[in-house]
Design a protein around this ligand. Structure first.
Ligand SMILES: [Zn+2]
Length: 231
């Protein structure tokens, strides 16, 4: 008999992420397959998955599932607090290295032919005011997302755009004062998880959230602004 298999917090996040994609398919109430489930715009497809990750760090969820392997004791509050704080570690660096890539991706795809890629990268980073000592997460000559196929060309921004949506979307539950609020959950099911590509994404989000997405919840989640501070 070997040691029991355990899930790391990363594993749990991945499981909830992929389960969110799964639910997007399972809960679909759409007639035509071409418009069903995850067959939505790339701008929108990571919302159901990334949103689902938020429940991983809900104390109520952790207390039920994060049990000590030997004693079966639920995870202590102090450890939950540390997990939540650790989520904001190094977010300034990560935001800058990612955003530089997303902005250069856009700029490059609008630049036309005959670009000297090394010079372009150097000039654009200088124009953006990239801090000395920081490099892009993916330097342009090896930026596989953009060049191995067309799927993320001029689309590298979608990861953080999805995070704007998931942070703002999860705030609907925070505002309701209950991570399982039935009314918010019902709107989320109706307009996001079950609607596939039958609704225009912005209209779907608005119907769920009651307004357009805002960036402040993302910045707060990353610890880049304080609560109540304008974005
Ligand atoms: Zn995903």
């Amino acid at each position: 008999k070997g040691a029991p298999t355990m899930l790391s917090l990363d594993d749990v996040n991945t499981m909830l992420h992929e389960f969110g994609h799964g639910l997007h398919g399972l809960l679909a109430q759409v007639t035509y397959e071409r418009l069903s489930g995850t067959r939505v715009l790339r701008d929108f497809v990571e919302l159901p998955s990334q949103l689902f990750e938020h429940w991983a760090l809900e104390p109520e969820v952790l207390k039920k599932h994060a049990l000590h392997v030997d004693t079966n004791e639920p995870i202590p509050d102090a450890l939950i607090e540390r997990l939540q704080q650790a989520r904001r570690f190094n977010q300034g660096f990560e935001t800058v290295e990612y955003t530089a890539c997303a902005l250069l991706d856009m700029k490059l795809h609008a630049a036309g032919d005959g670009v000297d890629i090394t010079q372009f990268e150097k000039d654009e980073l200088a124009r953006l005011g990239m801090p000395a000592g920081m490099v892009m997460r993916h330097r342009l000559p090896h930026f596989g997302h953009l060049f191995s196929s067309s799927s993320y060309a001029a689309g590298y921004y979608v990861y953080m755009w999805a995070e704007v949506l998931d942070a703002d979307g999860y705030d609907a539950f925070v505002e309701a004062g209950n991570p399982f609020d039935p009314a918010v959950a019902a709107r989320l099911l109706k307009y996001v998880y079950s609607s596939g590509n039958t609704l225009e994404p912005r209209a779907a989000y608005r119907a769920f959230r009651g307004r357009d997405p805002e960036v402040a919840p993302l910045l707060m989640k990353r610890g880049l602004i304080k609560e109540g501070q304008p974005a």
